[in-house]
Structures are given as structure tokens and as C-alpha cells.
Design a protein around this ligand. Sequence first.
Ligand code: ADP
Ligand code: MG
Length: 354
Amino acid sequence: IPALEIRNLVKSFADGNVIAVDDVSLAVAPGEILSILGPSGCGKTTIMRIMAGLERADAGDVLLEGRSVLGVPPHKRNVGLVFQDLAIFPHKTVRENVAFGLRMKGVKGADIGRRVDEALRLVELPPATFARRMPNELSGGQRQRVAVARTIVVEPAVILFDEPMAALDRRLRDRMAIELRRIQKQLNLAAIYVTHDQETASMMSDRIAVMLHGRLMQLGTPLEVYRTPANRFVADFIGDMSFVAATVSGAENGRTRLDVFGNPLDLASDLVPAAREVTLGLRPEHVRLEPEKTVDAIVRGQLKSTYFSGGSFVHRLLLSDGTELVARSEKAAFQPGQELWVAAAPEDIRVLAS
Ligand code: ADP
Ligand code: MG
């Protein structure tokens, strides 16, 4: 049974004018870390607050280890929270901050000391150095670790992280993401991690739930969501993807024929949805630019610019309808203004509903 599950959750605000969560179902297994990924305002925090019992759903259910907890108050749900403000007590030492939850639970003194030390070691804040410090004597990343230690020390059935690292810089965020995952796996915790940052989500999650406007758009492993995005929004939100308009012109022998600005394209038919107007999705790293037409050429475009970034060259092309297409390559062999063919292996072309 899942550690935590939500079923058909619905929540609106402002007398029903704002639908924050629109029929979302999700489950996280013991030992699994699931990210909820989506832009600001898509309903992530509202889902977390409902899971934690801080907010009431209009409809749907929340189950902890198989049991509905709708009537259970927050402090009696076995759920740990690490939210962005971290909620560390500024006038308590690190030790007292981490011990707080254990004291509330009535754990005995000697056990508290041992468990706090264990939790601090796990988040790599050696107790001898850090236990007696005050929060203002810590860096942002160290405060983050205190917040994590304080939550794991009470051994919740599931931990909810709501953008806890949004205030940290990129490098530190990446390092903390990897560490959080290490801790989560080491303790075999179930965790839900909310973020609007697709790189963080990909890095630390077993599965990602992509949301938009209160709805679940796609649920899958980071690789699945990247390789086979369910729609244009997911494709664009997870990494970069260029979109090319195309028309279905026929289907036969298990293949579908497409027309891409007058150029024929033949693809395996199971890729093609039941629509005449479709959108082809291409990842920059899957696109080759060719001065002459090749067998896998798709469409022609004009090179607008080339720059070097992230270890390779990024080329921007303009297609005949004015849309832009991005390609990456190891070499920069072309001149701006040059007409080039865009080529890609058929298996790297996603066909999306328009
Ligand atoms: P996210 O965490 O993904 O940024 P939220 O769950 O905070 O999104 O918000 C989802 C939507 O619900 C937003 O449109 C937000 O303005 C609205 N919302 C959230 N909380 C409230 C509230 N207490 N009152 C009114 N509207 C709210
Ligand atoms: Mg939020």
C-alpha cells in the first residue's frame, strides 16, 4: 500500500472562482521520492497543505498508509513538513530545534540526545561542531539541514518538502538535492518534493508529477517525462523542445504520412494522434543541421544566430511560418543567414496534438 495517497482531490478558493486543485490523484510508495513540478500558482502548495491537514479539500480523499485521514488534525497525521520558511526557532540552539518534535511526542531525555545526534550526523552537521550553535550562526544550506534533521528525527511515514531550497543558489541547490535524495534513500522514507524547477525535480525524483492550472498533466519517471512528454506544455517545461507545425496527409501499412511545410515525412503510425493538425516536437540535442537535403531531413530554415553555452553550440533557426527552432551541436560550421535543413532520426521526433 502507498505511504500516502490522494484521490480525486478538488480545492477551489474565492467562492469557487479559483480552482487551485482540479481532480488530482497521486500515490507515493514507501521509499519513493515523488516530485510535484509545475509553474507558480498551479496548485502545488495547496495539495501539500491538504495532505498535511492544514487545508480542507472540497472533495476527494487523503490516505496515509491506506487509511483516510480527512478527519485527523495535522499534528496527529504522521507527516513531516519542510516548507520554504523552514520554521526554525531563532532563539533555540540547533540541538533544541531538532529535539523539539521529540519532546512534543514525549520521548525520554536520553533517547532524545541519541536521536538528535543521529539525525545531525545524517544531515552532515557533526553534533560536536553544530549542536550548540544558534540558527544565525549557520549558512543558508546549514539551516536547511537543520530543518531536514528536525523533520526526520521524528520518523514520519512521509515527508513533504515544499520548495525548501528555492532561496539557495543553483550550485548549492543541486548539492542539497542530491543529499536529500541520499538521506531519503538511506532512511527508506516516502517523500513528496514540490518544486517549479525541472532540473531539481529530475535530479532527485523517482517519479515526477507535472501540473498546470490545478491539473495533473503527466506522471512518470524523469526519463519518461523527458522522452515522451504527454503534451506541449510538458515538453516545453521539462527541458527545451522546439515545435514544428505539421499536417497528417495519410496513413497506410502501419505508417503515417505528414506534410511539414510542403515536405513529406513518414513516421511509424503509433506516434500519431487522431488529429489532422499536429505539432512535431524536437529536442535541441536531437536535431542535426545539414547544408544539403538528407534522407532524414524534415524542414528547411534560416540560421539566425549561434552561440556557445553549456559545452556546445546553440543554433537558432527561423522556419517559414516565423517559428523558431533550436539545435545543439559540437561544432559551429554555419553562417548566420544560411539556409539549412533540419534533420532528426524518426524515433527522436515526438508527435503532439496541436
Ligand atoms: P503553487 O504552490 O503551485 O504556486 P498554490 O497552491 O499556492 O500554487 O496556489 C494555487 C492557486 O490557488 C493560485 O491561483 C493561488 O492564487 C490560489 N490560492 C492559494 N491559496 C489561496 C487562498 N488561501 N485564498 C485564495 N486563493 C488561494
Ligand atoms: Mg507554492
